[in-house]
Design a protein around this ligand. Structure first.
Ligand code: BG6
Length: 637
């Protein structure tokens, strides 16, 4: 295991050293191939505009757009001027800063397969570079479909781009290959034209402040260093859940699936930052070496372990968070009506190195789920005094951005009672930074020839190597149970079983808005809500499952997030139904008496369970809230 002193390696700025002083980036010409596409207007131009507003672009800077569309520079500028109004991310639009950037935009049209177009582009790059003083640093951004990568790189090479004076970079977007073999082939092909240090592979998760902060957190907060190993950490969960389905992206997604779309890239990047050995410096190669070393420590699945430790899911018709109907995956446009493609995956990984031996890492990601949220939960080992509530360290990547420690605190009062509490660092309360697109730091780093935040060949290939056995298994076997989760729910039950088998559970970071959907909590004070979000535990049940049994003494309270349940009386008669947004169990809880009805799930349900003891402790401080609960309960009765 690495010594603790190495854990506290010199903190600094991830990315180029000059970021520390927030100096303008190095001069350069950014060529966007495929400039008429979505990426340019939604992300690249707003990011450049943000950099311009923050004074982080040099005066010697130019952008050259190239696409098939027969525009001239004037028309291109006009188009960008319209688009930026829609897609900029700042509160107010600064017309002067935009004018500054717009005057640096140029355009040349051409077909991607036409050698002449590249000769013209080269002449434009040389001319614009000379006029603007930005020559000698050329960035070629391939904002094009990956099927053109090979052709375009060959033609760029033929046109002399690989020999341009000064520094040259080729920037490529994901997907980087569709499996291990194609990724290796693509790398080989790129490397015949460019040197490794000229290839900048983008993973937009590395542009997120909260992802970069994972490394900063570990490097700069030495108190966690001695605990960062399997002796103190029970397991780690990395979750990236989305509420959106595939919508208009069916054609791409049905060939891709969640493992290629999210796990092979974004989740592997987060895994690397959380678990790698800390680099001895912030030199790009030092950081990238450690990331790759970590991926190589991931135990590779064989067919048996993949079948045992990987769960796949596909959504069926359900309900969106706003209550409207959601299509099932197979009904989405451009999706095969019999598709076997996974829109959800949960994997259990093992890291075979000294630091993490024996400690699992669980990854999960999915579309059309109940909540949008990317979170990393580090669960520490239980301690004798923690009352069965081990400490959690939670990195909230998005949409809430922050770091939280879940701990236990003594409740105010004469008795020595513990209650779950949270210590939070909230980005919004701490920093004034304007919310960007995430591409700012990537473009800035590329201009500065800093590859730290880009994926190197070995990282890409190692991450494909990890997921390839899963892809193979899932390609070769049809999932008989698809669709196996309803849109808008917490994913397939098998994903919960994966952890339950190990005596663990997924930590759902419950937000207040989930509780506010229920009439019981709609008027609850903020402090009460906060305590309730910490106390609620998620539970998923299958259709037909009995949740509470008539006559039973238990008195936990249930909040229904999704699905429908029925209450059944003593003679088997149906007393009523309980739907999403409602609660049940409040009578047994408030009056401390046995259950007067059996409650059974009619459809698969996602519930939040509030243990009776937690509820009583929490409401003690809020007598009015308890009175309100009683009033609502009496009304329902
Ligand atoms: C992209 C995937 O790479 O990441 C999308 O192709 C996914 O399917 C997106 O929605 C998620 O990114 P973010 O930044 O919203 O978490």
């Amino acid at each position: 295991m690495q010594s603790d002193s190495a854990e506290t390696a010199q903190a600094g700025t991830l990315g180029h050293a000059s970021r520390g002083s927030e100096a303008a980036a190095a001069p350069g010409v950014l060529v966007i191939l495929g400039a008429s596409g979505d990426l340019t207007k939604r992300l690249l131009m707003p990011a450049l505009y943000n950099l311009a507003c923050d004074g982080l672009l040099p005066a010697e800077f130019a952008v050259i757009g190239m696409a098939r569309r027969p525009l001239d520079t004037t028309a291109f500028r006009e188009q960008q001027r319209q688009d930026i109004q829609r897609f900029h991310t700042r509160r107010d639009f600064d017309a002067d800063r935009w004018a500054w950037l717009e005057s640096r935009l140029h355009y040349t049209s051409g077909e991607f397969g036409d050698p002449e177009a590249y000769a013209r582009l080269r002449d434009t790059v040389l001319a614009v570079g000379g006029d603007s003083g930005a020559a000698g640093n050329t960035l070629l951004y391939l904002a094009i479909s990956p099927e053109f990568f090979q052709t375009v790189n060959g033609l760029l090479d033929e046109a002399g781009f690989t020999q341009l004076p000064g520094s040259r970079k080729i920037i490529v977007e994901k997907p980087f290959g569709k499996d291990l073999d194609s990724a290796v082939a693509l790398n080989r092909s790129l490397l015949t034209h460019w040197r490794e240090d000229e290839i900048y592979r983008i993973d937009h998760y590395l542009g997120k402040e909260t992802v970069q902060n994972l490394l900063a957190f570990r490097m700069a907060n030495g108190m966690f260093a001695p605990l960062w190993n399997a002796a103190h950490i029970d397991h780690i969960q990395i979750s990236a859940t989305e509420t959106v389905g595939v919508e208009t992206r069916g054609e791409y997604y049905d060939k891709t699936g969640v493992v290629r779309d999210m796990l092979q890239n974004h989740l592997m990047q987060m895994l690397a930052y959380v678990c790698m050995e800390l680099p001895t410096s912030l030199e790009p190669s030092a950081v990238r070496d450690e990331k790759s070393r970590l991926l190589r420590a991931v135990r590779l699945f064989d067919p048996a372990s993949a079948a045992r430790d990987c769960v796949r899911g596909q959504y069926g018709a359900g309900t969106k968070a706003d209550g409207s109907a959601a299509l099932g995956y197979r009904q989405e446009p451009n999706v095969d009506p019999e598709s076997n493609n996974a829109t959800y995956a949960a994997l259990k990984l093992h890291l075979d190195n000294d630091r993490w031996a024996g400690m699992p890492v669980y990854l999960r990601s999915g579309k059309a789920l109940w909540k949008r949220g990317t979170e990393i939960v580090v669960q520490f080992k239980p301690q004798p005094g923690d009352g069965g509530e081990p400490n959690l360290l939670i990195f909230h990547i998005q949409p809430f951005q922050g770091v939280e420690i879940r701990m236990q605190a003594k409740r105010p009062g004469p008795a020595f009672e513990l209650q779950r509490a949270g210590m939070r660092f909230d980005y919004a309360e701490t920093f004034e930074a304007t919310r960007g697109t995430g591409y700012e730091v990537l473009l800035y780093s590329a201009l500065n020839s800093d590859p730290t935040l880009f994926s190197r060949t070995d990282f890409v290939e190692d991450s494909w190597r990890i997921v390839q056995p899963v892809l193979d298994l899932w390609k070769d076997t049809r999932a008989a149970d698809f669709p196996n989760y309803m849109a808008g729910t917490w994913g397939p039950l098998a994903a919960h079983a994966l952890l339950a088998r190990d005596g663990r559970r997924w930590h759902e970071c419950i937000t207040r808005d989930v509780l506010l959907r229920s009439e019981f909590f709609a008027n609850a004070p903020a402090v009460l809500l906060n305590n309730l979000t910490l106390a609620c535990q998620p539970r998923a049940v299958e259709a037909g499952a009995t949740v509470v049994e008539r006559g039973e003494q238990s008195s936990d309270l249930y909040v229904v997030c999704r699905g429908e349940l029925e209450a059944i009386g003593g003679s088997g008669e149906r007393l009523g139904v309980v739907k999403a947004g409602e609660c049940f169990g409040e009578m047994a809880l408030l009056d401390n008496r046995p259950r007067n009805a059996t409650v059974r799930a009619v459809s698969p349900c996602d519930l939040l369970v509030l243990a009776a003891a937690d509820f009583r402790r929490i409401v003690q401080d809020f007598p009015q809230a308890e009175a309100e609960f009683r009033r609502i309960a009496a009304q329902r009765r």
